[in-house]
Write a protein that binds this ligand. Structure first.
Ligand code: ATP
Ligand code: MG
Length: 139
């Protein structure tokens, strides 16, 4: 089985019904290895998204991801990385709404930044991101 990191972002955690709907989707599709509620300081956000430093959306992304509580999961299944990314849908809310309307972002995404969920995009990033969110977890 493959592991990946899934995060429910502050926009979705702020709405209990959306949080519950996303949680149920995860339960139905994956084995949950770890689950944690947490909140970031601005520096955590800057460090996690260092690869996007300088992009036009970086400030709003960093601000948003440290704006309130999040929920993080280590989840497992065959092809977990691709499967979770597929469930999330496209990054851009326009594309998610119109081309992938039953995806999680298509249903619940608010803007290109406030897009409900995060998922690691490769084996290397899953390893890094799991360690970032769950430093006590040794895979
Ligand atoms: P994530 O890494 O959160 O799973 P992603 O891999 O689909 O999403 P990235 O390109 O890694 O997208 O961007 C990280 C995050 O930055 C996005 O999820 C979104 O919150 C924000 N973001 C990306 N592109 C834009 C954009 N064009 N405008 C505003 N915010 C953006
Ligand atoms: Mg990404």
């Amino acid at each position: 089985l493959q592991l990946t990191l899934a995060v429910i972002k502050p926009d979705a955690v702020a709405h209990p019904l959306i949080l519950e709907a996303l949680h149920q989707k995860i339960v139905e599709n994956f084995i949950i290895i770890r689950k944690k509620d947490l909140a970031w300081r601005r520096v955590d956000s800057e460090r996690f998204y260092a690869e996007h430093a300088g992009r036009f959306f970086y400030q709003r992304l960093v601000e948003f991801m440290s704006s309130g509580p999040m929920r993080a999961y280590i989840i497992a299944r065959e092809d977990a990385i691709t499967h979770w990314r597929g469930m999330m849908g496209p990054t851009k809310v326009f594309r998610a709404r119109y081309a992938s309307s039953d995806s999680l972002r298509g249903q619940y995404g608010l803007t290109d930044t406030r897009n409900t969920t995060h998922g690691s995009d490769s084996i290397e990033s899953a390893r890094r991101e799991i360690a970032f969110f769950f430093p006590e977890f040794l895979a």
